[in-house]
Design a binder for this molecule. Structure first.
Ligand SMILES: Cc1ncc(COP(=O)(O)O)c(C=O)c1O
Length: 209
């Protein structure tokens, strides 16, 4: 979150229109260069209007384990607890125990994970710049949010991604899939093996010419 004023705006808006804010915050620990991602709940007044979700998928590489937690004030959490109890039987206890262990154990692994993504980010951004594709450095997450390369300006992100996968075998997420403001961008997920980025850059170089 770039601008702390944004969360203040959200709190004001939610209060005005009586809206519950659900802040999905699964990447808050995958941060780089000393950046600390803020919690929505640290914003004055946020606890009256919102809750925050955390997933173990990214921080502890537990994707697919279906475990996370939600934090917030009792009146806002209670209906969710009730609803969940009608809906299913909850997370298996061995998964809950593993998650509790992940929180209690030394957290070096979290910084190691973040450092691995930071290294991939730097390698990829440098490589993309060399082939003429300028992308900003993100402060967090395992993703790059990239404007379409110059040769594709004015064309659709979905069209770009479809042709990209056909021509190169590389998968990117079209920005349009994240809402109308995402058009003109693609999301790259740096979640493959370190050794594959070099090959990806060679294929991209040919593709964006
Ligand atoms: C913003 C966001 N929220 C939630 C999730 C999913 O988390 P989980 O694996 O706990 O379902 C993802 C996963 O990609 C995500 O990007």
């Amino acid at each position: 979150m770039e601008d702390p004023k944004f969360f203040e705006e959200v709190v004001r808006f939610a209060k005005k229109y009586d809206i519950l804010v659900v802040h999905d915050n699964p990447y808050c620990e995958i941060t780089f260069d000393g950046y600390q991602a803020p919690s929505f709940l640290q914003t004055p007044g946020a606890k009256d209007v919102g809750v925050e979700f955390f997933s173990f998928s990214k921080t502890y590489n537990m994707a697919g384990w279906r475990v996370g937690f939600v934090v917030g004030s009792q009146p806002l959490i209670a209906p969710l607890e009730k609803f969940k109890s009608f809906l299913d039987y909850g997370v298996p206890s061995f998964v809950q125990l593993a998650a509790a262990w992940a929180l209690k154990a030394p957290q070096d692994c979290v910084r190691e994970t973040a450092a691995r993504y930071a290294k991939r980010r730097d390698q990829m951004i440098e490589g993309l710049a060399k082939i003429g594709w300028q992308v900003d450095k993100p402060k967090a997450t395992m993703y790059l949010w990239a404007p379409l390369p110059a040769s594709w300006k004015g064309k659709g992100s979905l069209e770009f991604c479809e042709e990209l996968i056909r021509e190169t075998g590389i998968v990117m997420a079209p920005g349009a899939g994240f809402g109308p403001y995402g058009e003109g961008y693609v999301r790259m997920a740096l979640v493959t093996h370190d050794k594959r980025f070099h090959d990806a850059l060679l294929r991209l170089k040919k593709f964006i010419k």
